[in-house]
Design a protein around this ligand. Structure first.
Ligand code: ADP
Length: 477
């Protein structure tokens, strides 16, 4: 790969198992080995490494994570370039993702030493009751392509902080960033076998993960990805009753009330809708605008969207890069065609940008969207903003909640009573009120309904990797 990195040894294509780089399974070499073998070897290594890692004083685990955090930031430029190159997001966003990923490593380094238990007042004399928080054991992490660094970091960091060991499979479209992060983790002092990564093509993904699903030594799965795969993992891990953290698809509503600050609402939508080309699970997918401000909002939005600069991730002024693959851009085109066939109006965009390459799609605003359109029922995952018109609060809440998903929701209003009312009524794990950029390591990220369960980041993020042991000490009287 021709890529201008200061450390070319961060471009890796092998599995990392028990501290050794082996197996040559990524990129063009995907087909060479059977990744299921690597997958089993990874669990063996993680199981072997578990007793020593969980026994390490939390402060020492924290120090390893702090060194990893520093190494990630020290290589921010290289890693940012790697992300942009393999995932397609503009370089500024690639650098930003590295800082965001590093923030999770730092946060969980700080949380590692706070996994306090409890002493419970005993109901009878001569006893002491303890609730201890212990690591769940070997954790399997499976990540998507849209945030190749952040998704890996916010699963691996809490797992290591809690004293768990890890087997992981990065997405087939973006293994390189994850492997580079693992190399830096090794250099930071993560012991052999504590972090193992197996890469696989899409065709081989199920074979790799099936080994982990069947293996009773794997006590937990942490997955970010599509709802069908998440449901499959939940079903298939029932036999060994694994713990699960599932961060699945969303269908985020974005509500603009008549009393909103319109410029702030447009700004918030631009930040949340067009980040990573619209390819995030918290991107607004349905934009509901109240009658009184509808036309003004659409005008302002269309002006901003038409001005977005589309181009390769490597160009300094690109704001929207290519979509991840042909499957993704086909889905976007299908959603727009379906919407137009059902009466939506293209205000700006609405077409592929073939002159730039096969995977580019123009940033798009559609007016006149309605609930039966495909883009209302499922995530478009691209730079398309469909605007729906609504009359009143009750109507828009019913529309916003009329989905099996519940990850993020956003709304803009200057009425404080409405702000509290609507934040309570929205069925989602995350709500942005007059704010479009909501993700941070210090807050709990996760969904309700079919967007999954479990929380990443915040004090709750560590709990997903800990289990409680009740110890009753008697005979103390
Ligand atoms: P997307 O459609 O965004 O690629 P997926 O849910 O298909 O989302 O992919 C997320 C992650 O799940 C990737 O690492 C992918 O390889 C993995 N994956 C895909 N299919 C399966 C499967 N059948 N079993 C286990 N993992 C899978």
């Amino acid at each position: 790969m021709s890529l201008d990195l200061t450390r070319r040894d961060l471009i890796l294509a092998d599995h990392l198992i028990d501290g050794r780089w082996c197996g040559a399974a990524a990129g063009a070499r995907f087909a060479v080995t059977d990744p299921a073998d690597g997958s089993l070897a990874a669990v063996d290594a993680a199981q072997r490494a578990l007793p020593a890692w969980r026994a390490k004083p939390a402060r020492e685990r924290a120090q390893v994570l702090k060194r990893w955090h520093a190494a990630i930031l020290a290589h921010q430029e290289d890693l940012g370039r790697l992300i942009s190159r393999e995932q397609g997001k503009p370089l500024a966003e690639g650098r930003g993702e590295i800082a965001y990923a590093a923030s999770y490593v730092e946060w969980f380094a700080e949380q590692a030493v706070r996994a306090n238990g409890e002493v419970i007042p005993a109901p009878v004399g001569g006893r002491r009751l303890l609730a201890l928080r212990e690591p769940v054991g070997v954790v399997a992490v499976i990540t998507p392509w849209n945030f190749p660094a952040a998704m890996i970091a916010r699963k691996i960091a809490p797992a290591l902080a809690a004293g768990c060991t890890v087997v992981g499979k990065p997405a087939e479209d973006t293994p390189l960033t994850s492997l580079a992060l693992a190399r830096l983790a090794q250099e930071a002092g993560v012991p052999d076998g504590v972090l193992n990564l197996v890469t696989a093509s899409r065709a081989q993904a199920a074979a790799v993960v099936d080994v982990w699903l069947a293996d009773a030594r794997v006590r937990k799965i942490s997955f970010t990805g599509s709802t069908p795969v998440g449901k499959h993992l939940a079903r298939a891990s029932a036999d060994t009753l694994k713990r699960l953290s599932l961060e699945l698809g969303g269908n985020a509503p974005f509500l603009v009330f008549d009393d909103a600050d319109l410029d702030a609402a447009v700004q918030g939508l631009m930040a949340s809708k067009f980040r990573n080309g619209g390819q995030t699970c918290v991107c607004p997918n349905r934009i509901y605008v109240q009658d009184g401000v509808h036309d003004a909002f659409v005008d302002k939005l269309a002006g901003r969207v038409a001005a977005l600069k589309v181009g390769p991730a490597s160009a300094a002024d690109s704001q929207i890069g290519p979509m991840i693959n042909a499957r993704a851009v086909d889905k976007i085109a299908r959603h727009v065609e379906d919407a137009v066939a059902q009466g939506a109006r293209v205000v700006t965009g609405g077409r592929r940008l073939e002159a730039l390459g096969p995977n580019y799609y123009a940033p798009t605003v559609l007016a006149g969207a309605t609930p039966r359109m495909q883009l209302s029922c499922e995530e478009t995952f691209g730079p398309v903003a469909p605007v729906f018109r609504f009359r009143d609060e009750a109507e828009v809440l019913a529309l916003a909640n009329d989905t099996p998903f519940g990850l993020a929701a956003y709304f803009y209003t200057r009425d404080i009573a409405r702000a509290h009312r609507v934040a309570s009524a929205l069925e989602s794990g995350i709500v942005g009120v007059n704010e479009g950029a909501i993700s941070t390591d210090v807050a709990p990220f996760g969904g309700v309904k079919e967007s999954g369960y479990g929380r990443e980041g915040s004090v709750h993020g560590l709990d997903d990797y800990l289990q409680i042991k009740y110890v009753c000490e008697g005979g103390l009287g």
